[in-house]
Design a protein around this ligand. Structure first.
Ligand SMILES: [Zn+2]
Ligand SMILES: [Zn+2]
Length: 178
């Protein structure tokens, strides 16, 4: 069951990459509900699709997936797979929002923000993964962030020092305003 749940987690990381790269950034999918929401997230920076929309999408996904998963792997392992996948989807949602709203804690927290804001502000064709760089490395879209130049009007509150109107000193080596 642990292996099945781990497979579910791994499956989410791949879906996270594919949905973001293709549904979010391929012109052919710009008019889909996800495409529209994602373009708005990039334009406004602090906009996130409403939770009820995410909830409906996740519920539909579980409804479609649970039958085949149980048929293929049995009740316990099939359910563990789906719980692993949807549970890690929840982790992704939490992490993505925290990246925008709070400064990172620890090496992973700082890495995740730099990886994601390189995607937002440097090159939207790179770094589609949010929880890991795994599929960017597999598909050749990984780029190691240098200094990230953040547009003033899209600057995250955690990055901005209200006293100086510039990047907080602890982030000055890795971010700057443009
Ligand atoms: Zn994007
Ligand atoms: Zn984002």
């Amino acid at each position: 069951m642990i292996v099945a749940a781990a497979c579910g987690v791994l499956s989410w990381t791949l879906l996270e990459y594919l949905i973001h790269r293709w549904m979010g950034h391929d012109r052919r999918f710009r008019r889909t509900p996800f495409g529209v929401e994602h373009v708005r997230h990039h334009i406004e920076g602090n906009y996130f699709a409403p939770t009820w929309k995410k909830g409906i999408a996740a519920a539909l996904f579980v409804a479609v997936l649970i039958g085949p998963a149980i048929a293929l792997a049995g009740a316990a392992r099939g359910a563990a797979y789906v719980v692993g996948l949807v549970g890690f989807y929840g982790v992704y949602e939490w992490l993505h929002r925290r990246e925008h709203t709070h400064a990172g804690v620890g090496p992973y927290g700082r890495w995740a923000r730099r990886h994601h804001f390189h995607h937002h502000f440097v090159d939207g064709r790179k770094n589609h993964g949010v929880t890991s760089p795994l599929w960017d490395l597999v598909f050749g879209t990984y780029e190691k962030p240098g200094t990230i130049r953040v547009p003033q009007k899209l600057c995250m509150a955690w990055l901005l020092d209200p006293a100086t109107g510039d990047v907080r000193s602890e982030h000055a080596a890795t971010y700057e305003l443009r």
